[in-house]
Design a protein around this ligand. Structure first.
Ligand code: SDX
Length: 431
């Protein structure tokens, strides 16, 4: 802790308190208010936690003004260019890039955990045929705790590690099973001869009737998209995982809670909402009408895939995905993809509009990702599931970081109470 201090003075009472200032390795300092209530009898208030740090973490750093995103200090641009999703998952979990031996061992461990219990496969028979995949993901992921009792002691580092490996490994299997259930096709088993992303593609699109050839283009595009979605500091779903985990809940339940939070259209559900929006706009000639709707305070419509709590500059992930979309669509011979052209024009027009410029609303990670998923044959209802597969690496890394910190405490925010003051019960015949 630095010896820097902040002085808070209550002008009504003239009383002041000194508060310590905490500094990280990079980024803004924080005023430590943990003793404020004890010292002043007052809370702080920060709806949506715009200016509130909930913890100290060494996993991911974001600078929203500069459009910087780093996993364990490595710039997202370099990881996107040089790494693989599993190598990034290792980096997020363990804090360092793996040696060749460490990577081979990690890859083998993950591969060995990709199957799910046969009884879990039968869960899918209970879901309605057109259940939203995210609803199935929440239910099945939470149910993992009903099967893996051998790794639920969160105070045992080895149990924590096995649970983390299991979730990273099993998320693609569960996700593909959701899709197969929706399609009415047989669920495909993982194949140990394939890499993480190729295995996912075969579980999604292979059938028992014929051999399936994994597309190298698809495998490369998925690796990139999963790297870009792997972690993002204390977003709503990661904060959900941490808050659930702070009570000592098992990691499967915590990640299920994270999936539920990610599903919201303001968060991970935005990638699905972007495609809905682009299809609703339909043509470049309608763009101005929808931009006007997005600016109209009386209209709940928002430009999905635009804006961000932290980025007040271009989301570096959106920049990378936009570049990749061109390559993927060209390689998939889908280069004159009308929705991609529409998205490019929408971005160009929005970024010239003073409303978006003044409010610093730029495309975020969700604006272009769906266009690539769609080109890979992945249906819209599965877009947020793709996000969940990747973000599982971040969720379990944050959960591990928190639980392995002996100083961690249960999260329990306070409130400003604005309800009724004390009053007595009124019998029904006198109401
Ligand atoms: C993700 O936190 C993360 O890191 C999330 C994420 C991750 O990797 O985990 O990056 C992934 O969730 C990306 C965001 C995906 N969501 C969307 O694309 C949905 C559309 N965007 C918005 O709903 C909104 O921008 C948020 C939710 C992303 C951010 O909301 P904030 O920070 O609470 O900002 P706000 O709603 O207070 O908006 C500030 C102003 C408001 O106008 P005023 O009240 O100040 O006049 O900007 C306006 C908003 O009305 N605004 C928009 C807008 N986003 C914000 N106006 C039109 N269209 C939009 N998209």
């Amino acid at each position: 802790m630095s010896d820097k201090k902040a002085l808070l003075t209550n002008q009504a009472t003239g009383k002041s308190v000194e508060l310590p200032i905490r500094s990280g390795s990079v980024g803004p300092d924080a005023v430590d208010i943990s003793a404020l209530y004890k010292q002043t009898g007052m809370f702080t208030f920060d709806s949506g936690f715009v200016s509130t740090a909930s913890c100290e973490s060494s996993i991911t750093y974001i600078d929203g003004n500069e459009g910087i995103l780093r996993y364990r200090g490595y710039p997202i641009e370099q990881l996107a260019e040089n790494s693989s999703f599993l190598e990034v998952a290792y980096l997020l979990l363990y804090g360092e890039l793996p040696t060749a031996v460490q990577m081979a061992t990690f890859d083998q461990n993950i591969t060995r955990h990709t199957m799910i219990n046969e009884a879990l496969l039968r869960f899918f028979e209970g879901f309605h045929y057109d259940a939203h995949p995210m609803a199935m993901m929440v239910g099945v992921t939470g149910s993992l705790a009903a099967f893996y009792h051998d790794s639920l002691d969160i105070h045992d580092p080895r149990h924590r590690e096995i649970s983390a490996h299991r979730m990273i490994a099993k998320m693609p299997t569960i996700a593909a099973a959701c899709y197969k259930h929706n399609m009415g096709e047989p669920i495909m088993y993982p194949r140990n001869d394939l890499g993480y992303c190729g295995n996912f593609m075969q579980m999604m699109f292979a059938t028992p009737c014929e051999p399936y050839q994994v597309s190298p283009v698809a495998e490369k595009a998925l690796n990139l998209l999963f790297i870009l979605h792997a972690d993002h500091e204390h977003n709503a779903s990661t904060s959900t995982v941490r808050l659930a985990g702070s009570s000592g809940a098992n990691p499967f339940a915590c990640v299920a809670a994270g999936i539920a939070s990610l599903w919201g259209p303001a968060h991970g559900g935005a990638n699905e909402a972007v495609l809905d929006m682009l299809e609703e706009i339909g043509d470049v000639s309608n763009i101005d009408k929808y931009i006007a709707k997005a600016k109209d305070k009386k209209d709940p419509f928002r430009l999905m895939g635009f804006g961000h709590r932290v980025y007040k500059n271009m989301d570096p992930r959106a920049t990378i995905i936009r570049q990749t979309a061109h390559e993927v669509l060209d390689e998939l011979a889908d280069s004159n993809n009308p929705l991609f052209e529409l998205a490019l024009r929408l971005e160009e027009i929005a970024l010239q509009d003073e409303y978006f410029v003044e409010k610093k609303l730029y495309p975020n990670v969700d604006f272009y990702s769906g266009i690539i998923y769609r080109a890979l044959g992945i249906p819209r209802t599965m877009f947020t599931v793709m996000f969940a597969i990747a973000r599982t690496a971040g969720w379990v890394s944050h959960w591990m970081e928190m639980i392995s910190d002996p100083a961690h405490r249960i999260g329990r925010p306070r409130q400003i109470y604005s309800g009724n003051a004390l009053r007595d019960y009124v019998p029904v015949d006198r109401r």
